[in-house]
Design a protein around this ligand. Sequence first.
Ligand code: ATP
Length: 276
Amino acid sequence: MNHPTLHNPSLSTKFIQIQGVEQTFTTTKGLFPALRDINLNIARGEFVSLIGHSGCGKSTLLNLIAGLTTPTAGNLLCANKEIKGPGPERAVVFQNHSLLPWLTCHANVHLAVERVFGKKETKAQLQARTAAALELVGLSHAAHKRPGEISGGMKQRVGIARALSMEPQVLLMDEPFGALDALTRAKLQDELLEIVARTRSTVVMVTHDVDEAVLLSDQIVMLTNGPAATIGEVLQVPLARPRNRVALAEDRDYQRCRKAVIDFLYTRQGHVEKAA
Ligand SMILES: Nc1ncnc2c1ncn2[C@@H]1O[C@H](COP(=O)(O)OP(=O)(O)OP(=O)(O)O)[C@@H](O)[C@H]1O
C-alpha cells in the first residue's frame, strides 16, 4: 500500500498534535473530569502506546484522536488539520473486532474498501484492494468464511485488514489483542510489527501490557491515575528495528524500558481504587 512521502519537515515530528486537551463527561452524578492538560506530538510513522491503569482515560484519549468525541477544551490536529470527526485517514481497530457476523471476511473488508474508494475505482480494483488487505494479514485462505467460522485471533486479523484496507494515515488500536491467549497475542504482535514496517503506518495503540508496549513502540505514553488523568511520563524506546522478541528478552535497553514502565505503573502510580 502506498503512503505519501513526507516533504514538510515540520509535519514529520508533529503529524498528530494534541494541545492542552481536557475531557470532562457529564454524568448523572455531575461533571466527571476524565483527562486534563494532555499535550503530545506524534511523528509520522511513529508507533505510540498509551498505557495506564484501568479507567485512567486511555480509550477516552484514543477516541478523541479518532474524532469519535470532541474535547471539552484544547485542540487535536492531524497533518495540521483540526480533527473534527472520524475520517478514513484515521482507522480504528477495537478489541472486539466488530465484524458483521452475516458477511464473509472478504465482504467485511470490502465494505470498508467500497466506502473509501468506491466512487473513484472500478469493481476489479476494489476487489484487488480487498484481496491484498487479507493477504497482508495472511488470511487469503479464509476470505470466504464468516466470523463465526474462524478463531478470535483470525477475527482480529480481519479487523486489522479492514482498517489497513482503507490506507489510513493513522491506525488507532484499542487493546487490539486484549481478548486473545498469550501465544496468539505474541504471533499477532509479530505480524503487526512486520505490517507496520511494510506500510509505514503511524500507530496509536492502547494497551495494558508492558511487554507489548516495549516490543512495539517508539514512544510509550504513561497516563497517571484518574480522575483528571494526565500524561505522567513519555518513554522513548530506542530499540533498533526489526525487533525480535527472543533476542530482546536479554537486551539491556529492553529491560531498562520495561523497568521504567513497571516503576511508573506500580511504584509511582500504585494502583489506587478511585472513589465512585
Ligand atoms: N461517556 C462517558 N461518560 C462518563 N464517564 C465516562 C465516559 N467515558 C469514559 N468515562 C469515564 O472516564 C474514565 C476513563 O475511561 P476510559 O474508558 O477512557 O479508561 P481506560 O483507561 O481506557 O480504561 P480501561 O483500561 O479499563 O479500558 C473512567 O472513569 C470512565 O468511567
